[in-house]
Structure formats: structure tokens, C-alpha cells
Design a protein around this ligand. Sequence first.
Ligand SMILES: Nc1ncnc2c1ncn2[C@@H]1O[C@H](COP(=O)(O)OP(=O)(O)OP(=O)(O)O)[C@@H](O)[C@H]1O
Length: 587
Amino acid sequence: MSRRAPKASIDPDTRKTWLRRALPLVEAHRVVLAASLLLSFAGLVVQVQIPNLLRIGIDKAIVDRTAQLSTYVWWIAGLALLQGLINYLARLYLLRTAYEIEYDLRNIVYSHLVRMPFGFFDRVQSGELMSRSSSDIRAVQMYLSFGPSILVQCLIAVVAFGLMLSIDVPLAIVAMATMPVIGFLGVGMRKAIFPISWLIQARLAGMATIVDENIQGVRIVKAFAAEGRQLRSLGESADKIRWAYLQDARIRSRWTPVLDNLPRLGLALVLLVGGIMVIRGGTTVGTIVAFNSYVLMLQPPFRLLGMMIMLGQRASASARRIYEILDTPSDIVDGPEPLDVPLKGDVRFEGVRFAYPNGTPALDGLDLHIRPGETVAVVGATGSGKSTLGRLLGRFYDVTEGSVTIDGHDVRELRLASLREQVGIVPDEPFLFSLSIHDNIAYGRPGATRDEVIEAARAAGADDFVRKLPEGYDAVVGERGYTLSGGQRQRLAIARALLVNPPILVLDDATSAVDVTVEQAIHESLAQRMAGRTTLIVAHRLSTIGLAERVVLMEGGRVIADGTHESLLATEPRYARVLAVFEKTEA
Ligand SMILES: Nc1ncnc2c1ncn2[C@@H]1O[C@H](COP(=O)(O)OP(=O)(O)OP(=O)(O)O)[C@@H](O)[C@H]1O
């Protein structure tokens, strides 16, 4: 099935209320929604006729004996059947609208999320994003689709009241007397519950984060024998949830009996006033029975009023969180006339200053020129800004000052997709999807043949271990598949980058978990396959440095020395100091 694009988008005008901004989503599905609302109204009109028929049936067929009882029985049964059919269709269309709106909203949020720059993900916790993209979307959808339907149900109260008035004015007023109280109490109950239900949501999300961390970090938890501590923190969190649920239960149990019993009070009132009227000959027994049915029939819509308020409050808070994502513009986008040029790989950083969105300075006036085809190792103490180079080169962040150019083009002038195709970055902790090894390697070139995938895997030193897996290249890895070692994962990530065959490759400590002999073999095959490729290697090991023809030493976000390994070793004491740290960590 092909994916349909969202039919509408959220109004970008931030001055409007959340509901007005969301209206285009509802309007896009107005035909089906209107059909559902009309049908639901028609169903209710049919339903409202039944007590009236009951009244006439009782009065004429039972009390007066002037009509056939079976006529009314058949009519009522027929109308009930018709109402069932209409309700079925109304519900079907309503749910269809609800899920279509949810689909659109989900797609709008996701397509915005994937375009967000790294800086956004640095700021927002993934657990929070998960909740925004599931429960918040659901809350907005519920209000947008069920809200109108609840209003229609309330509207029917007006119709029923009109019908009752046409039968008997004083009794109609008595029958309706409890309804405003039910509506008022329903709203009151929801208002009382709302803060606590919000707290429950927040605490459940907090609990989910703890559970998630326990699962993700299970190895650390076990390694430090910290199960007890983790259990305690889970227990505390569960305790808080229980407290909130108990508060919720207390409020509900205070309000619900009143709300449930009010209609009974209504029945008693109708019986009292109607009874006196019947005795005095002012009305009929059938009318009392019919009005009793109305009292019972009308109280759910009035109770729904409270629900509507709750849905509205929840949706408004959820919409605000969703809009926070949608209103954050992606500042890393294509320029007005983006260039689509094949790159040779002449890379220049000129006077580059850069601080991460949280203000942490990373580069402080960095100058570096890498010629096409050169292999340069970047070395420096932790936090000196090495990884930041690759992130700016692939334009995952934009420089604060200065420029990054490739072949004389500022990276901000190049088409983003074309830039990222031509700058391959392999991080030290690569991510594997729950896909086959073939699909993981071919992630950047989904159409690649098996032979091409194998060739890339061979160059990355991955072919040997892949072949040893029972399913070979079809073995599923990642969260739901085989667990691979850190070094194996890194080799698959290198193969993934190689398959795209980018003219510029950044290996950001990409072989840190691979043993030295395998690393050597990988680099030899890289060297053969990559003649002419500009390669930047962030190195934390002496063996890795040995693979580069030139070494750049960084400190405090600048290049402080540049040369061959031997020349730096001979002339730059700070280089020797950094290497000394490497040796210590390797030992
Ligand atoms: N996403 C981020 N948000 C905020 N600050 C960051 C982010 N990534 C890195 N930094 C900070 O920027 C500075 C440079 O980081 P960078 O990762 O480039 O250093 P590095 O030399 O590669 O370090 P390492 O050798 O430990 O990987 C550090 O102070 C680091 O804490």
C-alpha cells in the first residue's frame, strides 16, 4: 500500500489559538466527519421517537384499548433496529475520521522531526519526544474528532426537550430539572480530576524513563550490582504513581455516586409530579413512562459535557507540546540556489568558531586545509574539538563564525542531500537498525546488489564474521536481532559508508573497538579502494595515526601543530604528551 501524504498541515500562524491552528486537519476530512455527525444526529432523532411511541402505545393500546398493541411493538422494534444501523455507520465514519486525523498529525510531526537539526535533539530528551509523538497526538485527535460528536449528542437534548414540551410543558420542565445539575457536576468532577490525571500522565512518563534506562543500561546495572538501587528508584516511582491514582480514585468516588443517582432523583420527581397530574387527570400514565425514558436517555450527553472539558484541557496542553516541535524551524536547510556539484575533496576550515546550541564552545578560530586525496589524522586531548570537525563538514551544525568550504564552495551553499552523500561520516558508536546486515550496509544505497554489499563489507573487514553467522548477510542485527561486538558494529558502519563511496570520508574514532591487526587490514583495503579520497581520521590510538600521512594536533578548539607523525614527535612536546595518554589508555 502506498503511503498517502498528509491532507493538511497545522496553520503556522502562532497568534491563533491551538484549535484554530488545528482546524485545517479537521477540514481536510470534513466530508466523512460531516457524514458521521449527520448520521449520528439522525440516529438520535430516531432514538428520541421511541419514548413517544411508548407513551402512545401505553395510552392507546393498554389504557384506552383503542389501538393494536402489536403496531407499537413493531414500530419500536423497527426504530431500534434502524437506530442501530445508523449508529453503526456513524461510528464507523467517526472512527475513520479520528484515525485519518491522527495519521495526518503523526506524519506532520514525524516529517518535521526528521528535518530537525542535531541541535534540537541535543536539547530534547528522547523519552519526551516519544511521548509527544504518541500520547500527545492521540489527545489532540480525540478532541478534534470526538468533540463535534459530543456536541451533536448534546444537541439532541434540545430536540428531546422540544418534543417533551410539545407533550406536556410542566412535566417537561420537571424532567429536565436535574440535567443542568448533572452537566454542572460532570464538569466539576472533570475539573477536579484534571490536575491529578495530568500528574498521573507525567509520573507514568517518568516511570517509563526509569524502565527504559534500566533496560538500556542493564549491563551497567548488573556490573555494579546496582539492582537493589534501581529497584528502589522504580519502587519510589511506582509509589508516586499509586499515590496519584489513589487521589484520582478518591475524587471519582466522591463525585460518581452523586452523578449516578441524580437521574434516579429525576425519575422520582417525574413520578411524583406526573403521578399527581395523572391522579388529577392532567396527564396520562404513558407520559410518565415516556418522560422517565427521556430522563435516562438524556443524562449521558450531559455527563459527556464534563468529558468534553477534560478532552479539551488535555488536547490544549498536548497541542502546545506538539506545536513546540512544529514551530521550531530547522535552521539547517538548503540555501536559495543550492549547488549540486561532484566534490573532489579540497576541504578548508577558515577562522572557524563554533559553540554548541547549549553554549559549550568547541572550536575557537580553527584553520585547517586538507588537500584532495589526503589522509589526515586529527589528534588531541578529549574535548579539544576533533569530532566537531566532521559534524561541521557534514553540516549537522553551522559554524558560528568563519567558514567551512569544499572545493571552494561554502558547505552552506551546497545542496544538503548532495553534501551528505559526498561526505561519509562513521561515528565511533554506530547505530544499527533492526534490519538484515545487507540492509544495514546498503542503508545509504538501498538499491545496491549483494555483490556490491559484499565488496564493501570485505573492504571494511566485515565479510569474514558475517559469513560465519548462520544467515550470513540476511541475519537481522540491531535491537531485535543478533548482538554484535563493538568492533563488528564498527566494521558494518564502515562498510555502510564505503558502499556510498563518498569522495570525503570522516572516520571519527571509527575503528576504536577493532583490534589493531584488523584495523591495519581495513586501512590497507581503504587505501587501495580510496585513492583520491580525502580522509579525516579522528584518532585515539597510535596504530590509527600510523595510517595517515599527515597529523594535525588540536587543543582548545584550534590546530596547534601540523606535520608528519615523526616531525611532530621531534618538535612538539604537546604532541608527545597526548601520545603518552594514548599509550596509557592502550596499556
Ligand atoms: N552535542 C553537544 N552539545 C553540547 N556540547 C557538546 C556536544 N558535543 C560536544 N560538545 C562539547 O564540545 C567540545 C568539543 O567536543 P568534541 O566532541 O568535538 O571533542 P573531541 O575532541 O572529539 O572529544 P573526544 O576525544 O572526547 O571525542 C567538548 O567540550 C564537548 O563537551
